[in-house]
Design a protein around this ligand. Structure first.
Ligand code: HEM
Length: 492
């Protein structure tokens, strides 16, 4: 009797469970991506290795798969580490993955959502991005920047030649950074500024910091106590003041002639003639400037530094690329953009560098705007996403001799690195992809071609080839840890 009563009471539950498993909708129900076990409240925060997040996440992905999930405090994080999964995002879910998380550093630098680089995907950020791709960095506009790039490349060559004449080693990390910062400053702001370099440096450092506020908001007092919050505010204030002064200078009728046609000038003109689809305010211009300034200089400098490091470690490739350049250019003083078109090996060296050393190994963080499915896993809306471009471009299942620097692979086949091929995405892709690809590539190719054309490169006294290292600084960017110091010999 008792058994029948229990059966009777349990029957509805048994029936519900039965129909749930038979119902095709539920049978196919997708699970969230797998990931390491988590602790209450802090999730996986205690394990997260911020010193080298891309290698740490790569190791984890070997255990948990190409689409895996972690919990950082209250924040869900999904990490994508295969070309196949990126292809699915690119082809079917680009819009879903098109937001950015409102992390403290990004939020403070984004003027409350007015810009397009760091803010979530809103109508304004979409319009701002459109302005940047249609008006500021289109192919025709990038052509007008080329004389500046050439001029800065020639200044860099002169500086190195001065070091060479006294047989002193050149600190290429510093020399390259000032080339990149001056190039961006002149293109965007119309001239070089003394304090620009420091501003750029400080802002980049803070972008890589992990703020408690972003993951465990009730511990935000730690950000205050450690001084991180104050540092962030100070950098933002400095940036804001700097941008304001520069914009004011542009509005002065007696401004330097070099400011005509720079990025601020184009934006101010659009503001005046109302050619944008919304009212451009000064805050919009400042927000756009901050995004471009931070995005612009660093990637270029980082890639150039790694290219020279990789070539020093691979003398055969160095010889080959120098022979190609010198054969084409002969005694010509400077290599220009038309020459670059005829230097396939040089272009392959740049692509191979961006494959092995993407300056943003995890791209910039994305956030999903609604629920979707990738690789059969369900990803909820509002999930922060890292795309491990570094791991994908070194995946031995898709790349032969994946860890080796082999520019030849880019000669053997036409492989896109500008966001069309999920196997190699140093500039990201889709709606949130980098708008500065043309400018970045041109600056790297021009600068590299000229320093390889003009000089033979040697290691400083006492240093051997095996001493050249590929160590990177801790953090989210792939910056070289130890400065690259080389001795240049002028080629007669
Ligand atoms: C070698 C040089 C460069 C590299 C490797 C690089 C890489 C990247 C990457 C990985 C992203 C994130 C893409 C994504 O989330 O899918 C990005 C975004 C961005 N980059 Fe670049 N970049 C470079 C040069 C530049 C230059 C020269 C500029 C501007 C002058 C620039 C401006 C930006 C901006 C504004 C964004 C944000 C775009 C958005 O959120 O819609 N970058 N870049």
């Amino acid at each position: 009797m008792q058994f029948i009563l229990i059966l009777f009471l349990a029957l509805p539950i048994i029936l519900i469970l039965y129909f749930k498993t038979q119902n095709p909708k539920h049978a196919k129900q997708e699970l969230p991506p797998p990931g390491p076990p988590r602790l209450p409240f802090i999730g996986n925060m205690h394990q997260f290795d911020g010193r080298s997040p891309h290698t740490y996440l790569h190791r984890l992905s070997k255990q948990y798969g190409a689409v895996m999930s972690l919990k950082l405090g209250f924040r869900r994080l999904v990490v994508i580490s295969s070309a196949e999964a990126v292809k699915e995002v690119m082809k079917s879910h680009d819009a879903v993955f098109s937001s950015r998380p409102a992390l403290a550093a990004l939020r403070r630098l984004s003027y409350d959502g007015l810009d397009f680089a760091f803010s979530p995907y809103t109508e304004t950020s979409k319009e701002m991005k459109k302005i940047s791709t249609v008006h500021l960095f289109n192919t025709k506009q990038v052509q007008t920047f080329l004389p500046i790039m050439r001029d800065e490349a020639s200044k860099m060559v002169e500086k190195i030649a001065r070091d060479a004449s006294s047989s002193a080693a050149t600190d290429l990390s510093e020399t390259i950074m000032s080339f990149a910062a001056n190039t961006v400053a002149r293109i965007v702001l119309g001239k070089s500024y003394g304090n620009f370099f420091h501003l750029l440096h400080d802002a980049e450092a803070v972008l890589g910091d992990l703020f408690m506020e972003d993951f465990l908001p009730w511990l935000r007092w730690i950000d205050n106590l450690s001084g991180m919050a104050a540092k962030l505010d100070k950098i933002f204030q400095d940036m804001d003041t700097f941008c304001e002064e520069v914009i004011e200078e542009h509005m002065n009728p007696n401004r330097p002639k070099s400011m005509e046609g720079d990025i601020i000038d184009v934006m101010l003109r659009m503001k005046r003639d109302g050619s944008a689809s919304f009212d451009i305010t000064l805050d919009h211009i400042k927000a756009l400037l901050v995004g471009i300034i931070i995005g612009g200089g660093d990637g270029t400098a980082t890639a150039l530094e790694w290219a020279l490091t990789a070539l020093m470690k691979k003398p055969l490739s160095m010889k080959k690329v120098q022979a190609e350049i010198r054969q084409l250019a002969g005694k010509k003083e400077m290599i220009d953009e038309e020459d670059i078109e005829k230097l396939p090996y040089l272009r392959a060296v740049v692509k191979e560098t961006l494959r092995l050393f993407p300056p943003g190994p995890l791209l910039l963080p994305r956030e999903t705007i609604k629920k979707c499915s990738i690789n059969g896993y369900e990803i909820e809306g509002g999930t922060m996403v890292y795309i491990n471009a570094w791991a994908i471009a070194r995946d031995p299942t898709t790349w032969e001799n994946a860890d080796e620097f082999l520019p030849e692979r880019f000669l053997a086949a036409e492989i896109d690195v500008r966001g069309q091929n999920p196997m190699v995405i140093p500039f990201g892709f889709g709606r949130r992809g980098c708008p500065g690809i043309g400018m970045g590539m041109s600056a790297i190719e021009l600068a590299l071609a000229n320093v390889l054309h003009k000089f033979e490169w040697e290691l400083p006294h006492g240093m051997k080839e095996e001493d050249i290292d590929f160590d990177s600084e801790p953090g989210f960017g792939l910056h070289k840890k130890n400065a690259l110091r080389l001795v240049a010999k002028v080629v007669m």
